[in-house]
Design a protein around this ligand. Structure first.
Ligand SMILES: O=C(O)c1cc(=O)[nH]c(=O)n1[C@@H]1O[C@H](COP(=O)(O)O)[C@@H](O)[C@H]1O
Length: 276
């Protein structure tokens, strides 16, 4: 079975380095002229699938915006994941789960077991119960050719007070996460299947990413203020492994399918140029 790292490298090669989020904010539904209910959610998600699933490398549904409509919203999430995958996009489900290992195993089977109706190509997880607690997700992902993206340095301004805190060995909390994931990806070719999330907004922080050998998801572009030209300062020599991620900046172009496609094309061109 092909690893997630290999599948991701291949699709980025074909479609370009871009992840687009599906974040159906109430304000976006209204901007698109859609109702703020399950029917509006379904139309929104379907429009993004029609516009982008056959051309963008990775699509990242934000689970929160589906969960807010309860079980029917989850139903839309299930069909959205299925449609995205059928059209050839890799689906990174943004659920940011993280719990004690025995509970993490249940989250892993919900999102990374192909038998589940919510099974995705990869999920986001939070390492703040300890990277080791995420092992059930790493194991199930590896068994199924899926991936896991671990939060390291998030794009929001509140993140630094936790993530930049320095431990007894002189490393920051984030650097400890980065180093543990680097160990897990060691030797993987062409790329490990455990990614990190590093916000494009954070500037030069001095964190060392050169040994990660895995994909580096970079949210925070567009609506949160970062631009592709900020990526060099954040990622330095590790730029080649960066997967830039946009939600509102691209979604604002909807509901026109052609305008969404044009916005995604602009984003991928700018990111290609910035990543070199
Ligand atoms: O894991 C993420 O994708 C993520 C991590 C992070 O540090 N910052 C961040 O904004 N995100 C997510 O990325 C998306 C950003 O949306 P926009 O600001 O509209 O591009 C949201 O779904 C966030 O939850």
């Amino acid at each position: 079975m092909e690893t997630f790292g290999k599948r991701l490298s291949d699709i980025i090669e074909k479609r370009g380095p871009l992840c687009v989020g599906i974040d159906p904010h109430a304000a976006l539904l209204s901007r698109w002229g859609f109702s703020d209910d399950v029917a509006g959610l379904e139309r929104f998600a379907r429009t993004v699938v029609d516009a982008l699933a056959d051309r963008v490398a990775v699509v990242k549904p934000q689970s929160a915006f589906f969960e807010r409509f309860g079980s029917r919203g989850i139903g839309v999430l299930e069909s959205t994941i299925r449609q995205l995958r059928e059209a050839g996009a890799l689906v990174l489900l943004d659920v940011k789960r993280g719990d004690i290992g025995s509970t993490m195993a249940a989250y892993a089977s919900a999102y990374l077991d192909p038998a589940s109706s919510l099974s995705a190509d990869a999920i986001t997880v939070s390492p703040y119960l300890g990277v080791g607690s995420l092992q059930p997700a790493f194991d199930l992902a590896a068994a199924n050719g899926a991936g896991v993206f671990v939060l390291a340095l998030t794009s929001n301004p509140e993140g630094a007070s936790v993530q930049h805190a320095v431990g007894a060995d002189g490393r920051t909390v984030a650097q400890t996460v980065i180093d543990e994931i680097s160990q897990l990806n060691k030797g993987a070719v062409p790329l490990g299947s455990i990614g990190l999330v590093v916000g494009a907004t954070i500037g030069r922080t001095g964190h060392e990413l050169s040994e990660v050998n895995g994909p580096l998801l970079a949210p925070g572009l567009g609506a949160q203020g970062a631009t592709p030209s900020d990526l060099r300062a954040v990622f330095g020599e590790s730029l080649r492994n960066v997967l830039p991620s946009y939600s509102r900046e691209v979604l604002n172009a909807g509901p026109s399918v052609s305008a969404l496609r044009a916005a995604a094309e602009r984003a991928v061109d700018e990111c290609r140029a910035a990543l070199g």
